[in-house]
Ligand binder design. Structure first.
Ligand SMILES: [Mg+2]
Length: 145
C-alpha cells in the first residue's frame, strides 16, 4: 500500500477523496431519477468526522452537476459539517475546512470508493479483478508456442 503522509510541499497529501453513492449513502432501490433517498452507510458519518479532523475531505460524485447541491445538502443534514459545491473548473486540489462536493478526481493521499480496485503495479492482477468486477469470467490461461 502506498503511504502518503502529510507533506507541506505536496497538496495532494492534504486531502482524502470519498465517493458519494454507495460509499457514504446507501441506495437500495436504484437510481430513482437521482433522488437521494438512502440512509448513511453504517459508519460513514463517524468516519467523515474522523477524517475531517486529520485532513481536508472532498466528496467525489459522477452525478451531473445539477445534483451537486442536493449532495451537499444531504452531507450537511447527516454530518452537520459545512459543505461547498465545487464551481472551479481549474481546481486540482482541496485544502479547505469544509466538505467540497466535486465531480473531479482531485489530488489526494487516498480515495475511498465502492467501485475501485487497488492497483499495485501488477496489471495481471488488476485485469483479473476488473473482469470479476464487470461480471466476466476469468480470462483463460495463455499458452505460448
Ligand atoms: Mg459509488
Amino acid at each position: 500500500m502506498t503511504v502518503v503522509p502529510l507533506d507541506p510541499a505536496s497538496p495532494a497529501s492534504h486531502a482524502v477523496g470519498i465517493d458519494f453513492d454507495q460509499t457514504l449513502v446507501a441506495h437500495h432501490d436504484g437510481w430513482q431519477d437521482g433522488r437521494i433517498y438512502g440512509a448513511p452507510v453504517p459508519g460513514a458519518i463517524e468516519s467523515l468526522h474522523a477524517l475531517k479532523r486529520v485532513r481536508s475531505v472532498f466528496i467525489m460524485t459522477a452525478r451531473p452537476r445539477r445534483f451537486h447541491p442536493a449532495v451537499a445538502g444531504w452531507l450537511r443534514e447527516h454530518s452537520g459539517l459545512e459543505t461547498l459545491v465545487d464551481e472551479d473548473p481549474e481546481r486540482a486540489y482541496w485544502q479547505g475546512d469544509c466538505l467540497l462536493v466535486t465531480n473531479k478526481k482531485l489530488g489526494a493521499a487516498v480515495y475511498i470508493d465502492d467501485r475501485a480496485i487497488r492497483f499495485t503495479g501488477d496489471w495481471g492482477s488488476a485485469l483479473t479483478q476488473v473482469r470479476h468486477a464487470i461480471g466476466l469470467p476469468a480470462a483463460p490461461a495463455r499458452h505460448c508456442c
